[in-house]
Write a protein that binds this ligand. Structure first.
Ligand SMILES: NC(=O)C1=CN([C@@H]2O[C@H](COP(=O)(O)OP(=O)(O)OC[C@H]3O[C@@H](n4cnc5c(N)ncnc54)[C@H](O)[C@@H]3O)[C@@H](O)[C@H]2O)C=CC1
Ligand SMILES: O=C(O)[C@@H]1CCC=N1
Length: 276
């Protein structure tokens, strides 16, 4: 629990996940400022979580000691310039969740080299089960690092990475990762339907299986590979299914997919850096 004010700039999907997680963890919604140009978004967040809402970004920033930038990367330059003067008053810690937006670019737009923490959360933060990578610019003090970690730990597991580049790897792994697992669930559900199950049964069994597998992986000291072996009876049904997934080289496919996400994060960074 904290009494300091956090200003969320942008109140979309990621901000909502973080706000939901923080409120569930005991943060008072009244200590969370949110600005967004969409009034319906602000109304929803206020009604659901009791946050203070602002149509103007600078008004949300005033009085806040932490800024959480939850904008699309392409909006970053314009909005940072817009809030720079208001932010300069209290020199807040700036936490950015924006994929591919470099610390240096944020400092350039905000002016005065403020301390920046790049955080790469994912949407399960909404149910306090996020996976969050963190990196701090050299200006961030030990207190600042602890403060950022405390905020993000309220919504999931946090890991500091050694270099800013590695945030792009985190983006490709756990930032985008929920979508990979949701796609796998969609595919498994469809497979169940193709085998004659009704849609609801296929969906419920798929989701519970994903939950059970994840819970076992979290609670076990064995790696996922060992847990997989225990499901796979020699000459049994799982073995037959896995043969197909391995023949299609799922590992190579996953590496290609993650590399594409990683590459895209790099493209966003380069485009933004070139515009400085
Ligand atoms: N959705 C996800 O799973 C994850 C997203 N991210 C990052 O979070 C950031 C936001 O993504 P989402 O929340 O998914 O996008 P979103 O589109 O849901 O949210 C962006 C919000 O910014 C608002 N906005 C637009 N112009 C604005 C302005 N001038 N001032 C203030 N707010 C403005 C929009 O109305 C919208 O509500 C992105 O940079 C993304 O890379 C990071 C990790 C995971
Ligand atoms: O798709 C995106 O660009 C964002 C970053 C990670 C998850 N969603």
């Amino acid at each position: 629990m904290t009494t300091s004010t956090i200003a969320f700039i942008g109140g979309g999907n990621m901000a909502t996940s973080l706000i939901a997680g923080l409120v569930a963890d005991g943060y008072d919604g009244a200590t969370l400022n949110v600005s967004d140009p969409r009034p319906e978004r602000l109304e929803l967040l206020h009604n659901r979580y009791g946050v203070a809402t602002f149509a103007r970004n600078s008004d949300a920033v005033a009085g806040a000691d932490t800024l959480l930038l939850c904008l699309k990367p392409l909006q970053a330059a314009e909005v940072c310039r817009e809030i720079a003067a208001a932010a300069a008053v209290r020199s807040p810690l700036v936490i950015s969740v924006m994929a591919g937006v470099p610390e240096q670019a944020l400092q350039y737009w905000l002016g005065g080299q403020p301390p920046i923490v790049r955080a790469m959360p994912n949407t399960p933060a909404m149910v306090q089960t996020g996976a969050i990578g963190l990196h701090a610019s050299p200006e961030v003090s030990e207190d600042g690092r602890n403060h950022a970690e405390t905020i993000l730990r309220a919504v999931g597991l946090t890991r500091w990475v050694a270099t800013e580049d590695q945030i792009d790897a985190v983006t490709a792994l756990s930032g985008s990762g929920p979508a990979y697992f949701f796609l796998f669930m969609e595919a498994l559900e469809e497979a169940g339907i193709s085998l004659g199950l009704d849609g609801e049964t296929a969906r419920l069994l798929t989701i519970q299986t994903a939950l059970g597998a994840a819970k076992m992986a979290v609670e076990s000291t064995d790696p996922p590979g060992r847990l997989r072996e225990r499901v796979t009876s020699p000459g049994g049904t799982t073995e037959r299914a896995l043969e197909h997934l391995l023949k299609a080289d799922l590992h190579a496919l996953m590496k290609r997919a993650a590399r594409a996400a990683h590459h895209r994060a790099g493209e966003i960074s380069r485009d933004l850096s070139e515009s400085l």
